[in-house]
Ligand binder design. Structure first.
Ligand SMILES: Nc1nc2c(c(=O)[nH]1)N[C@H]1C(S)=C(S)[C@@H](COP(=O)(O)OP(=O)(O)OC[C@H]3O[C@@H](n4cnc5c(=O)[nH]c(N)nc54)[C@H](O)[C@@H]3O)O[C@H]1N2
Ligand SMILES: Nc1nc2c(c(=O)[nH]1)N[C@H]1C(S)=C(S)[C@@H](COP(=O)(O)OP(=O)(O)OC[C@H]3O[C@@H](n4cnc5c(=O)[nH]c(N)nc54)[C@H](O)[C@@H]3O)O[C@H]1N2
Ligand code: SF4
Ligand code: SF4
Ligand code: SF4
Ligand SMILES: [Mo]
Length: 893
C-alpha cells in the first residue's frame, strides 16, 4: 500500500493506482475528456484536462497517467490547477465550432460542461479560420464530424485496445492530426463493425448516433437494463423521452465491462415500431380480426378445456421463450404442469444447447458455462471451436481478442475462416461434422506426450483408463484425414492446450447442433478434464449460451423433463415437492421436445400448440415439414411482440410487451441473473407475458396472484436451490451468478472448484460417427448454417432496425471462388440451393473463408431461408437437430 496526501487528506491506495483513481475514493471530481476506466492508464494524458499540482514537481501533471507514490502531496483545486485547466479548454476551443445551440450532443458534451464549470466562453487563441470538413455519414448508425473532434484519441484507443477492431486510427501529424480509417476511406469502407463503443465514449459531438427522434439530453431519463439480444447479458441504459427509447448507452456491468455491440447499441428501434401487435387477434374465416382480451382468453380456455377432456392433457404442448424473463418462463411451465397437467413444454434450447445440458450433466453434473465472461482476459490459452464469437457473442469476442493481444495463445477449430481464425496461432479448418474426431485427436497427442494433468486425473476424475483406450485409435494421421486438417497443426494445437496453465475452451453451435452433438460436448469435457482445466479461474468449458435468457429458461424448467432447477419430473421426491408447493397432482411422464411436438402435430397426436416468443416456421429445421405440421393443428396460440411467420398459422395471437416495457430478470451465459426494468409503456393493449399467463391460469381455475415479478422470483427462489438466495433487492446492486443458494451467498464465479456436482468428473469417451447426411452425386456440397453479426435469429426485431435491414436485407450463401467459377457464378448472382427437403433461391457471396466443397448460409431469412433445406434428423440423446450439416446441390439461375 502507498500513502499519499490529496487536498490535505492522507489516504492509502494500492500500488499502481493512479492519482485520478485515488481522488475518486475521496469523492473529488477531476475533469477528464480522454480518460476511460478500461483503457490502459499508462498511456493516458492526451487531453491534459485532469491536471493536478504535485509538491516538488515543476509542471502540472495529468492525474490519469500519474501513478501514486509514497508520500506524494497533491493539490487538485489550487489556483495553478484551475489556470492550467482553463488553458487546456482555451486551447481546445481555439478551433472548436461554437455551435452548442444546434449541436445534437449539447447536454451530453463534456467540453460544454467544463467550459460552463470553468467559465470559459470563448478562446483567446482563436485563429478565425473555421474548419469545414465534410461529415462522414457513411456508417448506417452514427456519423463523424471532424470539425468537432478534439483529438483526444479516446475513440481510436477504444477501437484498438477494447473493441480490437482497428477500424480507426489517428492519422496525420501536428495540426493535421485527425481520426480516420487507416486509408482515409469513409468509415463504412473500413473494418468497422458498428459496435458504437467509440460513439458512446466520445466526450463531444464528433461521433454521434444517427437519430430518428429530435431530443435534448436534458429532456431524457435513464433506465438501467439488460440487452434483449444475446446471452452475453450486457448492461445498458435506455434513454427515454416521452415514452420512447431514443438512445442506448452502455453501462459498466460485470458481464460487459462497459461495452456493447451493434445490436445492443443501435438495435432498439423495433420497440416502438408501427408493426408492434397492439390488440389480441382472432382468426375468422382465414383472416385475423381484432378481439378483446376477454374474447381471446375465453377462446383459449375453452379450447384447452375441451382438448383436455377429449384427448387428455398430453395432447397440448407449449413452446416457452428464451427471449422472455425468468419469471415468465417459470409461469409458463407452471401453467402447463400444474394447471393444464402436462410436461409438454420445451423451448429453443432444444435447437441450441440441449447437447450441452445432456453432455455436461453426464460428465460434470451441471450443464452450464463453468466460468465467467471477463475471465477470458486472464487466460493464457483460448481454444475457440464452433463459436463465431466476434459475431455472435461480440463483447466476449472482443475480450478474447484482448487476451490474445496481451499475449494469450489462440486456437480456432472451425470450418470457416472466421475473424478469430485470422488472428489465431493455429487455425484448424475442419470439415463440418468431425468435431469428435478432432477432440479425440487432440487428446491422443496429449496422452501420448504425457501432457495430461496426472494429479487432477487421480484426485478429481474417474474412468480415465477407458478414455485412454478409446483415444488410442485417434492418431494424428487418422484424425487429419477425417477432419481434413494438417497433421502438424493438430499436434501443435494439442501441445499448446496440453501445456497451458489456464486453458479455456469456448464452444457453441458448431459443437452442439449435430446428430452427435452430445458426444461432441462430452469430448470437449473430456479434453478439459484431461488437462485439469475445470474448476479453475480463466479456464473451463465455456458453452456460450445464445439467447438473452436461454440459460434462465432452462433453469426455470421450460424443459420437458425438468422442474425449475433441473429437478427431474420423474423423481418422486421432486414431484412431491412441487405438488405440495403448487397444490396440484403432477405428471411424472417426461414431456415432448420441440422436434417431437412438430412430429406430434403432423401425426395429429398433438392438438393444441401454444407458442410464446418463438418463431419455429423460420427457426426449426425442414420448414416444409414444420408448415405442414402446423397446418394440421386444431388450435394454435402465438404470443409475440410481432405478427411473425409462425403467428400467421395461429388461431389466436396475443400481443406481448417487449423487454423495455416490463420488469423481470434474464440469466446470461455466465449464470448471472440480472434485472430488466420497465422504461416505457407497451403499445396499445399489449401486456407483459407474465400478466397474460397469470390471467390465463386464473381463468383455467387456478388461483395465481402475484403482485409483480418480484413476487414470482420469491416463489422461484423457494423452489429452485440454485436461485435460493436471489431476490430483487439484492439484484438492485449487481447481478448474481448462480449457484446462489442462500441470502448471504455471494454467488458463484467458477463452477466445480472443489468438487463436481456429480462428485468426480467423469470421462465419457465418445467415438466419431459421421454426420447423418454426407455429400453424394446428387447433393455434392456440405451446407452448414449459422449467424451473422447484424441479424438476430428470425429477424423479427433486427429487420425492423433500419440500418441493419439496409446492410443485410436478404439471404445469401457463402461459396468458395473455385466452386463459384465451376458453376459460372459471380458475386451477387442468384443461385438455387436444393436438398432432399426443399429448394430455395438465394444470392451467391463469394469468399475464400469456406473451402471448396463447403457452403454456409445464415438462417435468419424466411425468403430463401436455410431451414427449407436443413435436416431434421436428431441426436438421440439430446434430441437436437443436425442444423450444422446437410447435403445440398447448387445451380446457377
Ligand atoms: N448476431 C447474432 N448473435 C447471436 C445470435 C444471432 O442470431 N445473431 N443468436 C444467439 C444464439 S441463440 C446462439 S445459440 C449463439 C450461437 O453462436 P455461434 O455458435 O457462435 O453461432 P453459429 O453461427 O450458429 O455457429 C458458430 C460456428 O460454428 C461453425 N461450424 C459449423 N459446423 C461446424 C462443425 O462441424 N464443427 C465446428 N467446430 N464448427 C462448426 C460455423 O462455421 C459457425 O461459424 O449466438 C447468439 N448470438
Ligand atoms: N438452420 C439453423 N436453424 C437454427 C439455428 C442454426 O444455427 N441454424 N439455431 C437454432 C437456435 S440455437 C436457436 S436459439 C433458434 C432460435 O429460434 P427462435 O427462438 O424461434 O427465434 P427468435 O427469432 O429469437 O424468436 C423469438 C420470438 O420471440 C419474440 N419476442 C421477443 N421478445 C419477446 C417478449 O418479450 N415476449 C414475447 N412473447 N415474444 C418476444 C420475437 O419477436 C420472436 O418472434 O433457432 C434455431 N434454428
Ligand atoms: S472523435 Fe471524439 S473520441 Fe475521437 S478523438 Fe475526436 S473527440 Fe476524441
Ligand atoms: S463503431 Fe466500433 S468498430 Fe467502428 S470505429 Fe467505432 S469502435 Fe471501431
Ligand atoms: S454482445 Fe450480446 S448482450 Fe451485448 S450488446 Fe451485443 S447482443 Fe447485446
Ligand atoms: Mo440458440
Amino acid at each position: 500500500m502507498i500513502r499519499l496526501n490529496i487536498d490535505n487528506h492522507w489516504l492509502e491506495v494500492e500500488k499502481g493506482t493512479t492519482v485520478l483513481e485515488a481522488t475518486k475514493s475521496l469523492g473529488i471530481k477531476i475533469p477528464t475528456l480522454c480518460h476511460h476506466p478500461h483503457l490502459d492508464s499508462s498511456i493516458g494524458g492526451a487531453c491534459r484536462m485532469c491536471l493536478v499540482e504535485v509538491e516538488g514537481m515543476r509542471a502540472l501533471a495529468p492525474s490519469c497517467a500519474l501513478p501514486a507514490t509514497e508520500g506524494m502531496v497533491v493539490k487538485t483545486r489550487s489556483k495553478r490547477v484551475i489556470q492550467g485547466r482553463k488553458m487546456v479548454l482555451d486551447l481546445i476551443l481555439s478551433n472548436h465550432p461554437l455551435d452548442c445551440m444546434t449541436c445534437v450532443a449539447a447536454g451530453n458534451c463534456k467540453l460544454q460542461d467544463y467550459c460552463f464549470e470553468y467559465g470559459v466562453k470563448d478562446s483567446r487563441l482563436r485563429s478565425g479560420d473555421e474548419k469545414d470538413y465534410p461529415l462522414d455519414h457513411s456508417n448506417k448508425f452514427y456519423f463523424f464530424d471532424r470539425n468537432k473532434c478534439i483529438i483526444c484519441g479516446k475513440c481510436t484507443r477504444i477501437c484498438t485496445e477494447l473493441q480490437q477492431t482497428h477500424a480507426i486510427t489517428m492519422s496525420g501529424r501536428g495540426f493535421d492530426t485527425h481520426v480516420s480509417p487507416p486509408f482515409e476511406d469513409p468509415i463504412s469502407q473500413s473494418t468497422c463493425v458498428s459496435c458504437g463503443n467509440c460513439v458512446s465514449a466520445c466526450p463531444v459531438g464528433a461521433l454521434v448516433p444517427r437519430r430518428t427522434e429530435r431530443f435534448r439530453y436534458w429532456e431524457t431519463r435513464k433506465i438501467k437494463t439488460t440487452c434483449p439480444y444475446c446471452g452475453v447479458g450486457c448492461q445498458m441504459e435506455l434513454l427515454i423521452k416521452d415514452n420512447k427509447v431514443v438512445e442506448v448507452a452502455p453501462s459498466d456491468g460485470a458481464a460487459n465491462n462497459g461495452m456493447l455491440c451493434v445490436k445492443g447499441k443501435f438495435g432498439y428501434k423495433f420497440i416502438d415500431h408501427p408493426d408492434r401487435l397492439r390488440t389480441p387477434l382472432v382468426k375468422k374465416e382465414g383472416r385475423f380480426v381484432q378481439a378483446t382480451w376477454d374474447e381471446a382468453y375465453r377462446l383459449i380456455t375453452d379450447k384447452i378445456t375441451a382438448a383436455k377432456d377429449e384427448f387428455g392433457a398430453d395432447s397440448i404442448a407449449g413452446f416457452s421463450s428464451a427471449r422472455c424473463t425468468n419469471e415468465e418462463n417459470y409461469l409458463f411451465q407452471k401453467l402447463f404442469r400444474a394447471v393444464i397437467g402436462t410436461n409438454n413444454i420445451d423451448h429453443c434450447a432444444r435447437l441450441c444447447h440441449a447437447s450441452t445440458v445432456a453432455g455436461l450433466a453426464a460428465t460434470l453434473g451441471s450443464g452450464a458455462m463453468t466460468n465467467s465472461n471477463l475471465e477470458a482476459l486472464g487466460s493464457d490459452l483460448i481454444f475457440v471451436t464452433g463459436s463465431n464469437t466476434t459475431e455472435t457473442h461480440p463483447v466476449i469476442g472482443s475480450h478474447i481478442k484482448q487476451a490474445k493481444a496481451n499475449g494469450a495463445s489462440l486456437i480456432v477449430a472451425e470450418p470457416r475462416e472466421i475473424e478469430l481464425a485470422k488472428v489465431a496461432d493455429v487455425f484448424l479448418q475442419i470439415k463440418p461434422g468431425t468435431n469428435v474426431a478432432l477432440f479425440n485427436g487432440l487428446m491422443h497427442v496429449i496422452i501420448k506426450e504425457g501432457l495430461e494433468d496426472k494429479d487432477y486425473i487421480r484426485d478429481r476424475t474417474e474412468n480415465f483408463e477407458e478414455l485412454k483406450e478409446v483415444m488410442e485409435n485417434y492418431s494424428p494421421e487418422v484424425v487429419a484425414q477425417i477432419c481434413e486438417v494438417n497433421k502438424d497443426d493438430l499436434i501443435k494445437a494439442a501441445r499448446m492446450y496440453g501445456k497451458a496453465d489456464k486453458g479455456a475452451i469456448y464452444y457453441s453451435m458448431g459443437v452442439t447442433q449435430h446428430s452427435t452433438g452430445t458426444q461432441g460436448v462430452m469430448a470437449v469435457s473430456n479434453l478439459a478434464l484431461l488437462c485439469g482445466n475445470i474448476g479453475k479461474e480463466s479456464a473451463g468449458v465455456n458453452s456460450l449460451r445464445g439467447q438473452n435468457n436461454v440459460q434462465g429458461a432452462c433453469d426455470m424448467g421450460a424443459l420437458p423433463g425438468y422442474y425449475p432447477g433441473y429437478q427431474k419430473v420423474f423423481d418422486s421426491k421432486a414431484k412431491k415437492k412441487f405438488e405440495k408447493a403448487w397444490g396440484r397432482t403432477l405428471s411424472d411422464k417426461a414431456g415432448l421436445t420441440i422436434t417431437e411436438v412438430v412430429n406430434g402435430l403432423d401425426e395429429k397426436t398433438i392438438k393444441i400448440l401454444y407458442v410464446m416468443g418463438e418463431n419455429p416456421v423460420v427457426s426449426d429445421p425442414d420448414t416444409g415439414h414444420v408448415k405442414r405440421a402446423l397446418d394440421k393443428a386444431d388450435f394454435i396460440v402465438v404470443q409475440d411482440i410481432f405478427l411473425t411467420e409462425t403467428a400467421e398459422y395461429a388461431d389466436v395471437v396475443l400481443p406481448a410487451a417487449a423487454f423495455a416495457e416490463k420488469d423481470g430478470t434474464f440469466t446470461n451465459t455466465e449464470r448471472r441473473v440480472q434485472r430488466i426494468r420497465k422504461a416505457v409503456n407497451s403499445p396499445g393493449e399489449s401486456k407483459p407475458d407474465w400478466v397474460i399467463l397469470m390471467e390465463l391460469m386464473k381463468r383455467l381455475g387456478y388461483g395465481a396472484s402475484y403482485g409483480g415479478p418480484a413476487d414470482i422470483m420469491e416463489e422461484i427462489a423457494a423452489l429452485t436451490p440454485q436461485y435460493g438466495g436471489i431476490s430483487y433487492d439484492r439484484l438492485e446492486v449487481e447481478g448474481l451468478q448462480w449457484p446462489c443458494p442462500t441470502r448471504k451467498h455471494p454467488g458463484t464465479k467458477v463452477l466445480h472448484r472443489e468438487k463436481f456436482d456429480r462428485g468426480k468428473g467423469l470421462f465419457k469417451p465418445a467415438e466419431y460417427i459421421k454426420s447423418a447426411e454426407v455429400p453424394d452425386k446428387d447433393y455434392p456440397y456440405i451446407m452448414t448454417t449459422g449467424r451473422m453479426l447484424y441479424h438476430y435469429h428470425t429477424r423479427s426485431m433486427t429487420k425492423r432496425v433500419r440500418g441493419i435491414d439496409a446492410l443485410y436485407p436478404e439471404s445469401y450463401i457463402e461459396i468458395h471462388p473455385v466452386t463459384a467459377s465451376r458453376l459460372d457464378v459471380n458475386d451477387g448472382d442468384k443461385i438455387r440451393v436444393s436438398s432432399r427437403r426443399g429448394s430455395v433461391v438465394t444470392k451467391a457471396k463469394i469468399t475464400d473463408g469456406v473451402v471448396e466443397d463447403v457452403v454456409f448460409m445464415p438462417f435468419h431469412f424466411y425468403e430463401g431461408g436455410a431451414n427449407y433445406l436443413t435436416n431434421s434428423v436428431i441426436d438421440p440423446i439430446a434430441k437436437i437437430p443436425e442444423l450444422k450439416v446437410s447435403a445440398v446441390s447448387l445451380e446457377k439461375l
